[in-house]
Design a protein around this ligand. Structure first.
Ligand code: FE2
Ligand code: FE2
Length: 245
């Protein structure tokens, strides 16, 4: 935390760009920019979602010293489709992925871990038990269509701070209590994979989140977005295109 400053055009935001212990450069590739199954900024409502559940989340691959990290592997129709997404952006095969990170416990942000059984599965503090519970709930609701939502949630380890050289698990509360994004520097840019702390560019502009009924948490979400606006040059939202600040 570096200090308070005025976030132009809106409320006060705080600089939350983390300090890194290493000067590691990373390379990053956006594999998928996600979408919402209904989007209020398209004039849509939850009672008639036009794209079917679940939503697709944004997926980013980060390569640093000794690792290849997939953040929020998105659910696809098949593993092959996921591997094609990876390959067409990077030329890599799935075996290259050493780590996966799930930003929070909502289904669309953890179910894609299943595509990378040989990678280490990571999440940030507070999320592992929530994901384990979400897996149990998903299995209970399994329609039996042969696409089991089960994953071995006990494999997921919690990490914090700069858990790999050059990437930092940053707390971004509001959408959920324990959602963490991934902050890093690439070139001179301060970049955040925000996941659902910033659902779309519209939610960012209006300082709101989705699927969070608690007014206190909605306030927290607005404050988190103000902090993000103060602290980053590029933001990858959970369900939209890149936001350039
Ligand atoms: Fe979410
Ligand atoms: Fe999401």
């Amino acid at each position: 935390m570096i200090g308070k400053a005025l976030s132009i055009g809106y409320a006060y935001g705080m600089n939350i760009f983390p300090e890194f212990s290493t000067a590691s450069e990373v390379r990053w590739d956006a594999l998928i920019f996600g979408h919402l199954f209904w989007n209020r900024y398209f004039g849509e409502t939850p009672d008639n979602p036009p794209r079917g559940a679940p939503s697709t989340c944004s997926s980013v691959l980060i390569r640093g010293r000794g690792y290849c990290l997939m953040v929020d592997p998105a659910i696809r129709h098949s593993a092959e489709e996921c591997y094609f997404d990876l390959n067409r952006r990077t030329g890599l095969l799935p075996e290259a992925v050493t780590h996966c990170f799930s930003t929070h416990h909502h289904f669309d942000h953890w179910n894609g871990l299943k595509y990378f059984p040989n990678a280490q599965w990571l999440t940030a503090k507070g999320n592992a038990p929530l994901i384990a519970e979400a897996v149990r709930e998903a299995v209970n609701r399994d329609p039996g269509d042969g696409l089991s939502p089960a994953i071995p949630a006990e494999r997921i380890q919690e990490v914090s701070g700069e858990f790999l050289p050059g990437v930092y698990a940053l707390p971004l509360p509001g959408h959920t209590d324990s959602l963490h994004g991934i902050a890093f520097r690439s070139g001179k840019k301060r970049i955040l994979i925000a996941a659902d702390s910033v659902m779309t560019s519209g939610h960012f502009a209006d300082r709101i989140t989705e699927f969070q009924p608690d007014p206190a948490m909605q306030k927290t979400a607005a404050s988190t977005i103000a902090d993000i606006a103060e602290s980053f040059d590029l933001v990858v939202p959970g369900h939209d295109n890149l936001i350039v600040l």
